[in-house]
Design a protein around this ligand. Structure first.
Ligand SMILES: [Zn+2]
Length: 614
């Protein structure tokens, strides 16, 4: 997606002027994100969806695209596989790909007809969250119509001969609890109870990994791919949101303690060989076991597990080539630069990454989780091609030495489900708060509104980040109030990073890799300007291969465009220059001529290379 940062900066300035009007109004809708069950207290708290509004920029474009696309898909099409498998009249068109039943399904060669209706719950969830962000009644109406249409199709027959019952039910569960929580759906929890009764006979007695699934009789290979170990997160959330105590018991039943969380909590890296996205997603189940049941073993498991993921990540923040984790201290990861074009499952991986990073940031207050979130944002998901109306979707980012951006051949894959959920979560990923004040996690064009002590505060953030390091916050307050504004200073930030308050340089010591706290009495019209020094730097793929490096400018990985056989030395890479003051592109002068370098979102159909052998 092409994005002119200056154009967006100017448009956002106009939106800032409009910010004063928001202060006088009252919220038009008041749904609560607050759970009804007491959770373990955390360092930081998430905002409600309605509190954060994105302003013009590529994130808002992606959010709008996804909302419009799913809002306009006919209910009959979305409900068709459920009606068909229940033996009911099923008007509407087949959506095709993974979504519609098909006799062609022959795993792993032909994935048409793979998991009928699998992503219905995620589309529902994405819409419910989008309603909570926007208050758009058409979106709420769509959510409620889909839940009402889904309810009479529920039958235990649906899962007869269905290869991934836990996988699909987990998404249905998420959609229904989000419809209840975020779109005020009056029947969603009752529908969930019925759907739970329908799936229970098809679930294993406990969470099973793929090895354990392989050891059981299976009709074909796809029957060994179910992901019962991801169920607890949404079961816990259902319990928190009032679905009843059986959901807490179900959550506890499916925690994969023996082969995954137990060893992880003792710092054993059991990731190699495991399916990547579902095991990152399972870490969020561990976080819910901590938040709901105070299990510190599960918190340790999630922290260690996520650290093991980061240790085998690419310079983009992406991980899990061919959807699988690798053995550290080997050539396995670097070899995938030659053997794979499926380097990072982008929408699903980014969704799972944002989710676990938010949990860990809430619990620990550690700003480094935000560093990893922004890497994923700028280097992966913002470069994903939009989902097409026919369901063709972007799936894998390619980090091969000879790479291209391509769509996935099947319609409506998993990544078409997580993408709308992720874009609805962009706002709540950008800011956190606690009684001391606000934490600015992402530098994105946005506005956050909340009550701090006795004051109603609106912060409008304007930024050209990450094309430059400059961001500005403008405060709109109905009375003065003392609190802290904490700014995330990325670990890679250079020594010229500085903060100005109302034009004056602050004496606050800036420690890269931590929050900079500005604790003072704030008043209406105060301004904060953050200037992050973004040095060019080289990041090796892993410690064993220090000469296989990616060039980064701040959080942004720069990909060599149509590099051919051009070789680049470390000195040449670090001497890269911007093509012009207005272009986001860079240039490296090599012995074979100039090589253009682009960020991932700027790449369209060119051949590119992330890693350079120096
Ligand atoms: Zn996916």
């Amino acid at each position: 997606m092409k994005h002119n940062s200056r154009r967006h900066f100017l448009k956002a300035s106009a939106a800032l002027a409009a910010g004063t009007a928001v202060l006088r109004g009252t919220p038009v809708f008041a749904l609560t994100d607050k759970p009804i069950v007491t959770l373990v207290p955390t360092q930081l708290m998430q905002f409600a969806y309605a509190d954060v509004q994105l302003l013009d920029g590529p994130m808002l474009e992606q959010f709008h695209h996804n909302v419009d696309l799913f809002l306009n898909l006919p209910d009959d099409n979305l409900l068709k596989p459920f009606r068909q498998l229940a033996g009911q009249p099923a008007p509407g068109e087949d959506m095709g790909g993974w979504y519609s039943p098909s006799p062609d399904f022959d795993p792993p060669h032909n994935m048409t007809g793979y998991v009928p209706g699998h992503s219905f719950g995620q589309y529902l969830s994405g819409l419910a969250r989008a309603y909570a962000v926007t208050g758009n009644m058409a979106v709420q109406h769509k959510v409620q119509a889909l839940v009402a249409g889904f309810a009479p199709t529920i039958t235990t027959k649906f899962y007869d001969g269905y290869c991934l019952p836990a996988y699909t039910f987990d998404k249905t569960n998420c959609g229904l609890i989000d419809a209840h929580q975020f779109a005020g759906d009056p029947i969603a929890l009752a529908v969930l109870n019925k759907a739970t009764d329908a799936v229970l006979p098809w679930l294993p007695p406990k969470a099973l990994n793929r090895e354990q699934m392989m050891a059981r009789p299976h009709k074909n290979i796809a029957f060994t791919w179910d992901e019962s170990y991801t169920l607890p997160e949404n079961f816990y959330l259902g319990y928190q949101r009032g679905a009843g105590s059986r959901y807490r018991q179900l959550a506890q039943r499916f925690l994969e303690d023996d082969t995954y969380f137990g060893p992880l909590s003792e710092n054993h890296n059991v990731l190699p060989g495991q399916h990547a996205y579902s095991h990152v997603n399972a870490l969020s189940s561990a976080m819910q076991a901590y938040l709901t049941d105070s299990s510190t073993m599960h918190l340790d498991a999630a922290r260690n597990g996520f650290r093991f993921v980061l240790e085998q990540s690419f310079a983009t923040g992406g991980w899990g080539p061919d959807e699988s984790f690798r053995q550290p201290d080997t050539d396995q990861l670097v070899n995938t630069l030659h053997t794979s074009h499926s380097s990072f499952e982008t929408p699903c991986g980014a969704y799972g990454h944002f989710k676990i990073a938010r949990y860990l940031m809430r619990v620990t207050g550690d700003s480094s989780y935000g560093d990893s979130m922004e890497a994923i944002l700028y280097n992966t998901i913002l470069g994903a091609r939009p989902i097409r109306a026919d369901g063709i979707s972007y799936y894998y980012s390619d980090y091969n030495m000879n790479a291209k951006k391509v769509d996935y051949p099947e319609q409506w894959p998993c990544c078409s489900g997580t993408f709308p959920q992720l874009t609805a979560d962009y706002g709540i990923s950008s800011y956190f708060h606690n009684p001391k004040g606000i934490y600015i996690n992402l530098y994105v064009p946005s506005r956050v509104t909340w009550r701090q002590g006795n004051a109603r505060v609106i912060i409008t953030q304007l930024t050209s980040y990450p094309n430059s390091g400059e961001s500005a916050l403008h405060l709109n307050m109905d009375r003065a109030e003392r609190f802290s504004i904490a700014l995330r200073i990325p670990a890679w930030a250079g020594k010229h990073t500085c903060i100005r308050v109302n034009g004056k340089l602050t004496p606050v010591a800036l420690q890269p890799g931590t929050w900079a706290h500005l604790d003072r009495e704030w008043k209406n019209d105060d301004r904060v300007e953050l200037s992050i020094d973004m040095p060019l730097r080289l990041v090796p793929i892993d410690p064993q291969h220090p000469d296989t490096v990616a060039l980064l400018h701040g959080p942004v990985a720069l990909f060599a465009i149509d590099p051919g056989a051009a070789n680049m030395t470390r000195q040449q890479l670090l001497a890269a220059q911007k093509v012009s003051s207005t272009s986001p592109d860079w240039e490296v002068a090599t012995d074979q001529g100039k090589v253009r370098m682009k960020s991932f979102p700027e790449i369209t159909n060119e051949t590119y290379r992330l890693y350079q052998n120096t």
